[in-house]
Ligand binder design. Sequence first.
Ligand code: NDP
Length: 304
Amino acid sequence: MALLLNVTDPDRISAFEAMFRDFPIRLVRSDESYDPDDIRYVFTWQPLEDWSAFFDLEIVFSVSAGVDQFVDLPDHITLIKMVDPNNTQRVVDYVLAACLAITRGFPVYSEQQRHKLWEPQPIASFAQTHVAILGLGEIGTRTASALKSLGFRVSGWSRRERDLEGITCVSGEDGVLSLLGSADIVVCLLPLTSETRGLMSASFFAQMKHGAGLVHAGRGAQCVFDDLGAALKSGQVGAAVLDVFDTEPLPEASAVWDFPNCLITPHVAGRTDAETAARNVAENLTRHLEGKDLLWQVDRKKGY
Ligand code: NDP
């Protein structure tokens, strides 16, 4: 009975080796030889090449909060997402930085700098700025309250009805439409599912308030990048801060590099801590051995 550690980062490997030194489940590294029949558990960022080779596999632990890459995981295998408060805080900080940058015009000034232009823009206050957050989960709710505490007007969209103090919460298709028309900044913190794939397309951008900003830190495939490029060029979307892309790393030939008023970061909004990841997996495996319910289990039907 072993846990396969399918990662290459030295910090993750040493954190797991330290955590599992005296643990009742053996740790196996993917770069050593092992018998697939021994593997009951896997910790991995990417899906394994052939799940069917692991006959007794019971639980897959994702390195990341997003689990869309495991769409082909057989249904009988339990999937666990990563919930790391430090990672959550990093994404919150990223979105705060992006919203501050958009509010004070940094993507636009960066564009002006390229063209040696000196054109002061109107200055908006945080209190005048309405930020709509798509996705009110682990990360979205904390982002909403952090933005609120800075003085932004905040609303959010989720599948279920939510009730968060000081945040206007909406759900359903009508809900998102009601936010798009009035938000000065739209932040995407949604998981990638069949419902959210391609959500941000031409019609979505057309519903946004003219000149509003976009922060995208969910998953690349939620955005139709050609449509976003057209919306940025026409000014319908006034600025964008993008952390995730349909192909990563973003290819050199991608048109996204040249989108106007757009800041690009290489999928760095969050990163899971090695120690927290090892502790989370050990805690959940202890629960599993004790026959208790597992934490952070993904609802395979919903896809997140
Ligand atoms: P959660 O699963 O905790 O929350 C997801 C939220 O999205 C929930 O509020 C859920 O609604 C909502 N949602 C899902 N589908 C829909 C839909 N069709 N319509 C409306 N709302 C929907 O996820 P996390 O907060 O942990 O993470 C969110 C995503 O952030 C991850 O899946 C990942 O893609 C991305 N991420 C990106 C990182 C980066 O470095 N750029 C780092 C970490 C995460 P409900 O509450 O009703 O269930």
